[in-house]
Write a protein that binds this ligand. Structure first.
Ligand SMILES: NC(=O)c1ccc[n+]([C@@H]2O[C@H](COP(=O)([O-])OP(=O)(O)OC[C@H]3O[C@@H](n4cnc5c(N)ncnc54)[C@H](OP(=O)(O)O)[C@@H]3O)[C@@H](O)[C@H]2O)c1
Length: 354
């Protein structure tokens, strides 16, 4: 496959976003408005067609004068981002592929490589089974080489991303005892649920809660298992008082004797060259562990750990912004890789402190 982007005369990649009034679509738009090599052509919303983008995404006022259009009016472009609810992309994938040589779908429609796994976890048959194998799972930290020059990338699950990035160094270094289960507790913000309200997101019901909403059987378990080639990883997901953010706390057992030095080596080997994964592991101080608050709006994932050498118990940590590294940030990073652009283009900014 060609690795050459289909650049127009202004040397910019022409991009449209389907579902741009939603949270991940809006975040892709925010990131791409700051991307040096992208021209946004169209942004779609069926319920907001004709409205200015800033009426839905007030943070983008004066940064764009674009108005939402219906997805029925989409024109051909170089890259199409799909940020639709689950199941919508697979219904119309042929149509979208006819409009753009490069597709990046943020939904779960094309994340799982095996149809039987998809059917088991989503409890439905896939509507575009021949397209599944065309997509590369869009987490650059595990699939960088496959993404270079690829034409179709899936997005990533936000809980899956935090879990995978916490565990990846331990898997790569062969430190995990395969006989023991790996459990990941996830604390997540309300924007994971998207822009459409529900009884669970109604403010008096959502604000201030610590609510376990997926004690067992969360769908992202399948993504983590696929990414890390594990069959003993279990997620529990809890809503907490946060708008953006995922905090993954994984409990893993290694052979007794594993120590801090071994883990430093494993995490450095996995992430020393990564632009967007940072090791946060200090002996003292209030910032000695990863914390999602400082990552809101960024494409960073912060990872850390603690270890008890006498038992071999490792607590592996990863914090991300679910809309950043857990969705739009990774998607833009994928686009850069697919088109042969600098991988960090449009993504090199920090979060806020305090
Ligand atoms: N939220 C997260 O943290 C997160 C993280 C990773 C991945 N994801 C995935 O990203 C996708 C989008 O999530 P989101 O949180 O951005 O959802 P969202 O805020 O609800 O946005 C969905 C968008 O799709 C449009 N839409 C809804 N139904 C449609 C339909 N039937 N046909 C065409 N357009 C439709 C909506 O606007 P109109 O109805 O006006 O067109 C809206 O623009 C989901 O598949 C989700 O699983 C979400």
């Amino acid at each position: 496959m060609s690795t050459q982007p289909n650049l127009n005369s202004s040397n910019r990649v022409r991009v449209s976003i389907v579902g741009a009034s939603g949270y991940t679509g809006g975040e892709v738009l925010r990131l791409l408005l700051g991307h040096p090599q992208v021209e946004i052509v169209q942004v779609t919303s069926e319920s907001n067609a004709g409205k200015h983008v800033y009426s839905i995404h007030p943070n983008l006022r004066k940064l764009t004068n674009l108005q939402f259009v219906s997805s029925t009016t989409l024109q051909p472009v170089d890259v199409l981002f799909l940020a639709l609810p689950h199941g919508e992309a697979q219904k119309r994938i042929e149509h979208f592929a006819a409009l753009a040589p490069y597709l990046i779908d943020l939904s779960a429609d094309f994340r799982l490589y095996h149809l039987d796994v998809y059917q088991k976890h989503y409890e439905e048959a896939h509507l575009a089974p021949t397209w599944v194998e065309k997509f590369v799972y869009g987490l650059p930290e595990i699939n960088r080489e496959k993404l270079r020059g690829a034409h179709y990338a899936s997005g990533v699950g936000c809980n899956a991303t935090a879990s995978t990035l916490a565990l990846l160094p331990l898997v790569k270094a062969g430190l995990i005892d395969p006989q023991r289960p790996i459990t990941v507790d996830l604390k997540v913000g309300s924007s994971e649920g998207g822009a459409t309200s529900s009884p669970a997101s109604h403010h008096p019901e959502r604000s201030g809660v610590v609510r376990t909403f997926a004690a067992v059987g969360h769908r992202h378990e399948a993504e983590v298992a696929q990414s890390l080639a594990l069959n003993n990883v279990y997620l529990t997901v809890n809503s907490i008082e946060l708008v953006r953010g995922v905090m993954a706390t994984a409990q893993v057992f290694a052979a007794p004797g594993v120590d801090d030095k071994t883990l430093w080596k494993a995490y450095r080997a996995a992430y020393g060259e990564e632009s967007f994964v940072r090791i946060v592991h200090d002996k003292t101080g209030i910032h000695r562990h990863p914390e999602p608050k400082w990552l809101a709006g960024t494409n960073f994932a912060d990872v850390g750990w603690e270890v008890q050498p006498e038992t071999g118990r490792i607590v592996a940590l990863c914090a991300i912004d679910n809309l950043g590294k857990g969705a739009a940030g990774s998607a833009v990073q994928c686009m850069n890789l697919m088109l042969g652009l600098p991988e960090t283009a449009g993504l090199g900014f920090s979060g806020l402190h305090p």
